[in-house]
Design a protein around this ligand. Structure first.
Ligand code: G4P
Length: 312
């Protein structure tokens, strides 16, 4: 089984109607903001970089947040920061669950908007508010980040990618943040992207086959973090050579997950495995590495002309 075989292809058709509405709303509201904060998942920065959001927000200065950095491999996150920054894009790593951590975003936003803020100062517009649109895929941590920045439990964090929310403005110091509901792709060109989004829980689990998901995850992780997997499930090295479904069965047996007749309860083991991966019980894991070659203009944050909305 190759690493992409774990997810049924119907995953790539999932684009609920409310996401279409959100994209339309963004197309209208983008004119009313000074910059865009795109929240990515540090474990899968490229797969969580939604091309639809990139297209709609391309005219505005950008800052990328590699959120859930506490769950990702710190050495790989460093490489990703370098990757984005060397493409001219503002980028920082974030653990939105760490109290007060989100405040670190304010200075980089002001840096991205330095030309606009200088113009405002020259016109005596001291204290003019900075409008920021916060975008990202479902479950990437937008509410958690905004709550952290706002210092309250304003938006309820929910680990349910199907949950719909409308546009909301949140005021924090001189910033007005426009919190947008999470949006996925209309159509996934890459099965690997869809697979990675399913692993981290950005695609509704109800439409996934949990055993396929767990087998895909085992297949991916055993090649990049074999030790974590072996240690967590107390397996011998020879287990790494097993086909993913046999590995799933071996793990079920190790955990005493059996059905009547002594067969391995693979469904229960699969649910346990996916849950433990998402809860970082396997250790800090990054599923994606930066591509070797630097992109020319993959991101919208290139230095150069300031295209922020003017205040005339
Ligand atoms: P969304 O608005 O983008 O849909 O995401 P939301 O903030 O609801 O966060 C989704 C889940 O991700 C929540 O978990 C939240 O706690 C978790 N999360 C968000 N940011 C971070 C982060 O930087 N690090 C870690 N480790 N987790 C993060 P949950 O299980 O639904 O909620 P809870 O039980 O943690 O409250």
């Amino acid at each position: 089984m190759n690493e992409n075989e774990g997810i049924n292809r119907r995953v790539i058709q999932w684009f609920p109607g409310h996401m279409t509405k959100t994209l339309r709303l963004m197309e209208v509201e983008i004119k009313n903001v000074d910059c865009v904060l795109q929240i990515l998942d540090a474990r899968i920065p490229l797969s969580s970089l939604n091309p639809e959001l990139e297209r709609i927000t391309a005219s505005k200065p950008h800052l990328y947040l590699l959120n859930k950095a506490d769950l990702a491999d710190p050495a790989i996150t460093k490489q990703w920061l370098h990757y984005f920054q060397s493409a001219g894009a503002g980028c920082l790593a974030m653990d939105s669950k760490q109290r007060g951590g989100a405040g670190a975003v304010k200075a980089p936003i002001e840096r991205e908007l330095s030309a606009l803020l200088a113009r405002r100062r020259n016109r005596g517009m001291v204290g003019a508010r900075i409008h920021v649109m916060v975008v990202g895929i479902p479950n990437v941590g937008k509410s958690t980040f905004i709550n952290n920045l706002a210092g309250s439990a304003r938006a309820k964090a929910a680990n349910r990618p199907g949950v719909t929310r409308g546009k909301q403005w949140i005021t924090v110091d001189e910033f007005d943040l426009m919190d947008m509901p999470g949006v996925l792709w209309k159509k996934f060109d890459s099965l690997e992207v869809a697979t990675h989004l399913a692993f981290i829980g950005s695609i509704k689990d109800d439409i996934l086959d949990i055993e396929e998901l767990a087998c895909g995850l085992l297949s991916s992780v055993r090649s990049i973090y074999p030790t974590q997997l072996l240690e967590r499930y107390k397996l011998g090295e020879d287990a790494l050579a097993l086909p993913p479904y046999d590995l799933l069965q071996a793990i079920a047996r190790k955990r005493g997950m059996l059905v009547s007749g002594g067969e391995a309860d693979t469904e229960r083991a699969a649910t346990m495995l996916v849950g433990e991966f998402r809860a970082s019980k396997w250790g800090r894991i990054s599923l994606e590495r930066p591509p070797q070659r630097q992109p020319e203009a993959d991101f919208d944050g290139e230095e150069g002309e300031d295209v922020a909305q003017d205040d005339d």
